[in-house]
Design a protein around this ligand. Structure first.
Ligand SMILES: Cc1ncc(COP(=O)(O)O)c(C=O)c1O
Length: 367
């Protein structure tokens, strides 16, 4: 059996992108809010609700997160609660916006930092903003975050890097998506900031373009260059053309694969996440007492790639080791050493899924 790769990006082919590239040739407009970026933004916005929220594309989700925080106008050093179980980009965006990450715990079933956990942290620590994460694509409860934000007066910006197609936009809550090559709507590099607060989204847009106010030509805040180019928008438009089919295939594959894993290995647990979601990661929780590293080694021998996503927890990285940690995050610390991501992509076939399932079962019950 050949090696089974962990991920296989699913990006439009050159033939699918060419009609859009020809439009760039014709317009000779390559970046700076060109016609393809405008079209991509309006197609994405209309997919995110009716009425459509305000949106702005960015060159990555990480810059979208940083600029979203910057556009809130919090004082330097303000504290932002983030989950300890996330990709480093979440906390890096906070630090690069001149703010201070505080690491919070996650729910045992969904693996999310949810409003209830945030309320607990607020009882113990002063917090100025919350950045929950759609861990492994699992939707955050936007309505509950709206209520949280109304009650506490704190802004909430959801890092929804892996949840395009799954995450809705709240009334008060902003959302930032990633279009990195490995995401469900992959375009190479890119991101999207979406919210109902049009003025705030316009501030983010200005920050993506050096802080320049286009009506006066003056830079009104120290921005950066985080614009999406027309070339990335071309890939994005081609990706949207086939999105419904891809989304459905991911949903079906994820559900069937999850069932097969549980049938072969009833002692593992999967993340509790909505069945109608379209995911790009299959991270397992191994039985108590089983180390992910040992199972990963056994699967590697069988040609199966794995990765323990979001390991170590944020405070295990030198860049974030000094961060304030709420109550030493007991749930995240218990889950982390048992988490293991197995291959998940649209090219997996039934034979490979069966092989992964039996190999995992044998790795869990050696001899
Ligand atoms: C939770 C989270 N936030 C942010 C990012 C960064 O996204 P991007 O690569 O588009 O900057 C990722 C990337 O995987 C992520 O998983």
């Amino acid at each position: 059996m050949n090696r089974i790769q962990l991920l296989r990006p699913d990006i439009p082919s050159a033939d699918e992108v060419i009609p859009y590239l020809r439009q760039i040739d014709a317009s000779r407009w390559y970046t700076n809010f060109g016609p393809l970026v405008n079209r991509l933004e309006s197609r994405l916005a209309s997919m995110l609700g009716s009425p459509a929220p305000a949106v702005v594309t960015t060159s990555s989700c990480t810059l979208g997160l940083e600029l979203s925080l910057a556009a809130l106008g919090l004082p330097a050093g303000a504290r932002v609660l983030v989950p300890a179980l996330t990709f480093v980009a979440t906390a890096a965006a906070v630090l690069r916006a001149g703010l201070v990450p505080v690491l919070g715990d996650v729910d045992e079933r969904t693996w999310l930092l949810n409003p209830e956990i945030a309320r607990g942290t607020l009882d113990r620590l002063a917090i100025d903003c919350i950045m929950p994460v759609t861990t492994f694509g699992c939707r955050q409860p936007a309505g509950e975050w709206d209520q949280f934000s109304s009650e506490t007066g704190l802004p909430v910006v959801i890092d929804a890097a892996g949840a395009f197609g799954n995450q809705d936009i709240g009334e008060r809550t902003a959302v930032v998506f990633s279009f990195h090559a490995t995401k469900a709507l992959g375009i190479g590099e890119g991101g999207l900031v979406a919210a109902r607060n049009q003025g705030w989204v316009e501030r983010v847009r200005r920050l993506t373009n050096f802080g320049i106010d286009l009506s006066s030509g003056m830079s009104t805040a120290a921005g950066t260059n985080a614009k999406m180019s027309e070339y990335h928008a071309a890939v994005g438009l081609a990706a949207l053309d086939r999105w419904p089919e891809r989304k459905m295939n991911r949903q079906r594959l994820g559900a069937a694969y999850g069932r097969a894993l549980l049938a072969h290995c009833p002692r593992i647990r999967l993340q509790s996440r909505p069945q109608d979601g379209s995911y790009t990661i299959m991270q397992l929780l191994l039985p108590d007492g089983v180390m992910a590293s040992a199972v990963a080694a056994a699967l590697r021998v069988r040609g199966i790639e794995t990765r323990s996503w979001y390991q170590p927890l944020l405070d295990g990285h030198p860049a974030f080791s000094g961060c304030l940690v709420d109550r030493d995050i007991p749930v995240a610390r218990t889950l982390a050493p048992r988490m293991l991501g197995v291959p998940f992509h649209l090219e997996l076939d039934d034979g490979q899924i069966a092989y992964i399932c039996t190999s995992l079962s044998e790795a869990l019950h050696p001899g």
